[in-house]
Design a protein around this ligand. Structure first.
Ligand code: CUA
Length: 330
């Protein structure tokens, strides 16, 4: 092969690589990583992308060079040369991809092992998914409709579901884990960036799937320590604990519970709703709305509240919740 053709091939490959690298870097393909696991996953992504760009550029340069140099002239009607393979070339183009794919699998295996290592003392949080809300329970029994975790500490999530299959996902933490009824799936996160990020259900789970969202607050370790200490599930009226444990806050607004959900009716307006609904006393209206939410749907909202709370809540929990909501409405 002439030296000149090698230079031409290299030039084409360089141009192709430069275009690919510019596209790869100019577009923000992925959210900013807020966890160590996400950084490792991003590394695997870029490692694979670099290999893909190198292979693509080499192939493009050979194809472009061949089309340019070896194309048939307009008056050339002769047959092409009888080519019967080239053993060395075939070994080379089999061996190089084999090495690259093996490298990707080794890097992936290392990252997978690191990302599932919870260390010796992780913060443990139970994650319960149900149509269509998340609830998060800490080892001291504190339960909330959103997730709060300390920065720079390993957190082990124990994810399960009450009804159908859901999936836990925080884009900035890069990992997804299914929430399966009867199964406890683990997910390790190591937050590195203080801030608030969305928690998204990423498994089609019913009519309210697209609305099944919460958020994760990544806070300083000191702030997390005082968060854990302040108010377990035992403070406040019993109905408030029922409200918090069942993820009501992810869909409803209720000032007393610091709930700001906007998917379902605003529970601070229950009195006004009851007056419009004509479904008996305030307490009867609230109870009916929890047990058979489809019986009366407040205008401006969709009929997507799960009809399962009647079975999930004990009679005591239900009456506590009704009493609590009725008191807030007065
Ligand atoms: Cu839960 Cu989609």
């Amino acid at each position: 092969m002439r030296k000149g053709s090698i230079i031409q091939l290299a030039a084409i490959a360089t141009v192709a690589a430069a275009i690919c690298i510019a596209v790869a870097l100019a577009i923000p393909w992925m959210p900013t990583a807020a966890g160590k696991e996400a950084q490792r996953i991003d590394f695997v992504f870029w490692f694979t992308t670099a290999i893909a760009i190198a292979v693509f550029s080499a192939v493009v340069s050979v194809i472009t060079y061949s089309v340019w140099k070896f194309r048939a002239r307009p008056d050339d009607d002769s047959d092409g040369p009888p080519i019967h393979g080239h053993t060395t070339l075939e070994i080379v183009w089999t061996a190089i991809p084999a090495v690259l794919v093996t490298a990707i699998s080794i890097v992936s295996a290392i990252v997978l092992a690191q990302n599932s290592n919870a260390g010796s003392d992780p913060v443990k949080v139970g994650v319960l998914a149900r149509q269509f809300a998340w609830s998060f329970t800490y080892s001291n029994g504190k339960t909330l409709g959103y997730l709060e975790v300390p920065v720079n500490r390993k957190v082990q999530l124990d994810i399960t579901s009450d009804d159908v299959i859901h999936s836990f996902w925080v884009p900035q933490l890069a990992q997804k884990q299914d929430a399966v009824p009867g199964q406890h799936n683990k997910l390790v996160i190591t937050p590195i960036k203080i801030g608030t990020f969305p928690v998204i259900c990423t498994e089609l789970c019913g009519l309210g799937h697209s609305l099944m969202r919460s958020h994760i607050d990544i806070v300083s370790q000191a702030q997390f320590a005082s968060f854990l200490k302040s108010g377990g599930s035992t403070t406040g009226p019993p109905g408030l604990a029922v409200f918090q444990h069942n993820g009501c806050a992810s869909c409803h607004t209720l000032k007393d519970a610091n709930a700001t959900g906007t998917i379902g009716p605003d529970l601070d307006k229950l009195k006004q709703y009851a007056a419009q609904a004509h479904r008996g006393s305030l307490a009867a209206f609230i109870k009916e709305s929890i047990v058979s939410p489809g019986a009366y749907v407040q205008s401006g909202y969709q009929n997507i509240m799960p009809a399962t709370f009647g079975q999930q809540l004990s009679a005591k929990q239900l009456s506590d919740l009704v009493q609590y909501l009725a008191e807030q409405a007065k």
